[in-house]
Design a protein. Structure first.
Length: 116
């Protein structure tokens, strides 16, 4: 495994996508302005598949300062998972201030490499 590979995925949810698109170390494909039921279900299923195939990885979802899980208006069951049991699925919600620039640089290289 090379030093450039990252097993984890990263998503940034913000109301200010333009602010992050100018940062060279962030890939534009990880920027979203909300988390919908459909997308959250896909993330949960992806994590379940990875776990059963022994590819136990994490998805880090960074929430910008003006974003909260409550604001997504998720289905009540999904809202419960997002607020209370998300870690069981390897989905980790973090404040944008906890962003790991080094990991995002690796992840951007990973996205570019496998987008071909």
């Amino acid at each position: 495994m090379s030093g450039e590979h990252t097993n984890n995925s990263h998503i940034i949810i913000t109301n200010n996508i333009d602010n992050y698109q100018t940062m060279e170390w962030i890939h534009n494909d990880i920027l979203f302005n909300t988390l919908t039921d459909e997308h959250f279900i896909k993330l949960i299923f992806l994590q379940k598949i990875k776990k059963t195939s022994n590819h136990d990885t994490k998805i880090y979802i960074y929430l910008d300062t003006d974003i909260s899980i409550t604001g997504f208006n998720l289905n009540p069951k999904l809202d419960y998972i997002a607020k209370h049991t998300h870690k069981l699925y390897g989905i980790i919600f973090k404040d944008i201030s906890d962003i790991d620039k080094t990991e995002l640089i690796k992840y951007k290289k990973h996205i570019i490499k496998y987008a071909r």
